[in-house]
Design a protein around this ligand. Structure first.
Ligand code: ATP
Length: 296
C-alpha cells in the first residue's frame, strides 16, 4: 500500500508548499525541475545503489547567455573520499557540484559515477544516490517528524529518532513542547538557522546516499552550533563521497584534500598546510578572508 501512497504524499506536499509559496517552494522547483532539457534518455538505466566514484573529465560549462563558468575541469573523487572546494565568489563551486545530480547537462566533457556517464542513468535513480544539504534549508509546514522523514517517506519513528540523534538534533527536539510532533513553519515554532541545518542533516542520515554535496552556510553560527554541526557533518560524511562547498576557510582547515577553483579552472589542490606553503591562490584567499579579522 505504501507504494501507492508515496506519490500521493509527494503530491500533497507539493500542494502544501504551493500554498505556502515563498522561497522554499521556488528553491525546490529550481532544484528538482531546474531545466526541462535535462531528461531521461529513452534507454536510460537504473543506477541502483552506487559506490560513489565521481569523475569529471575535461568538463566545460556555461549558463545560457552567460560567460563560461567552468573550463576544462578534470577531477576524480574516490568512493568515501571528502573534498572541500574553495575559490572566489562566482568561480563556479556550486555549478560544479550541481553537475553531479545532473541539474544541468554538460556541453563539453563528461561527468561519470562508477564509470557510467550521469546522462545514462534515469534522473530519479541518479538523484536517489545523492544528498544535497543546502544553505537555505527547505522545510515545509508540518511536524518535525514529517520534516525529517522527508528523507525517506516510509521511515519508522525509530529511524527518525536515530537520524535526529546522529544529526545532533534529538536533544533540542525533545526540549520542544510537543517533541517530534511540534509543528514548524508558518504557524508553528520558529527554528534557528543551526537547528534547521540539523534537520536537513537528519534527513540525509535517513536517505543514506553514497554521495553528498554540502553547501556550507556563509554566515557564521555561534560557536556551539558550529561545533555540533561540524561534528554531525563529519559523522554524515564518513564512508560517503562528500563534496563540501566551503565559504569559510576556517571550517575546512583539517580537510585532507582541498580543491581550489578559480575562473581559470582547478588551480591548486592539497592540504591546508601544503597550500599555504605554496603561497599561491589558496594563500591569497586565506589571507583575504582573515585580514579583516586580524585588523579588527
Ligand atoms: P559563491 O561562492 O558566491 O557561492 P560559486 O563559486 O559557488 O560562488 P556559482 O554559484 O557556481 O559560483 O556561480 C558561477 C557563475 O555562474 C557566477 O558568475 C554566477 O553568476 C553564474 N550563475 C550561477 N547560477 C546561474 C544560473 N542559474 N543562471 C545563470 N548564471 C548563473
Amino acid at each position: 500500500v505504501t507504494q501507492f501512497l508515496e506519490p500521493l504524499n509527494i503530491l500533497l506536499r507539493f500542494v502544501e508548499m504551493y500554498q505556502q509559496g515563498g522561497a522554499g517552494f521556488r528553491r525546490f522547483l529550481q532544484l528538482m525541475d531546474i531545466d526541462p532539457e535535462v531528461k531521461d534518455k529513452p534507454d536510460a538505466i537504473e543506477a541502483g545503489k552506487l559506490d560513489g566514484n565521481v569523475k569529471f573529465e575535461n568538463v566545460g560549462f556555461r549558463y545560457e547567455e552567460g560567460e563560461k563558468v567552468l573550463h576544462n575541469i578534470s577531477l576524480s573523487v574516490k568512493k568515501g573520499e571528502t573534498v572541500a572546494i574553495v575559490g572566489p565568489s562566482g568561480a563556479g563551486k556550486s555549478t560544479l557540484c550541481s553537475l553531479i545530480p545532473r541539474f544541468y547537462d554538460v556541453p563539453e566533457g563528461k561527468v561519470s559515477i562508477d564509470g557510467t556517464d550521469v546522462r545514462d542513468f534515469t534522473l530519479y535513480s541518479l538523484r536517489n544516490n545523492i544528498g544535497v544539504v543546502q544553505q537555505d534549508v527547505f522545510l515545509f509546514s508540518g511536524s518535525i517528524r514529517d520534516n525529517i522523514a522527508y528523507g525517506k517517506f516510509n521511515a519508522t519513528d525509530e529511524e527518525v529518532i536515530n537520524a535526529a540523534k546522529a544529526a545532533n538534533a534529538h536533544d533540542f527536539i525533545t526540549k520542544l513542547v510537543n517533541g517530534y510532533d511540534t509543528n514548524i513553519g508558518e504557524k508553528g515554532v520558529k527554528l534557528s538557522g543551526g537547528q534547521k541545518q540539523r534537520i536537513s542533516i537528519a534527513r540525509m542520515f535517513l536517505k543514506n546516499p553514497p554521495i553528498l554535496i554540502l553547501d556550507e552556510a556563509t554566515s557564521s553560527l555561534d560557536n556551539y552550533s558550529e561545533m555540533i554541526i561540524q561534528e554531525s557533518i563529519e559523522r554524515l560524511s564518513t564512508n560517503r563521497t562528500t563534496f563540501i562547498i566551503a565559504h569559510r576557510l576556517a571550517t575546512i582547515r583539517h580537510a585532507k584534500r582541498i580543491i581550489v577553483l578559480t575562473d581559470k579552472g582547478i588551480v591548486e589542490q592539497g592540504t591546508h598546510e601544503e597550500l599555504i606553503n605554496k603561497k599561491g591562490a589558496y594563500y591569497s584567499l586565506y589571507n583575504a578572508q582573515f585580514e579583516p579579522l586580524l585588523l579588527s
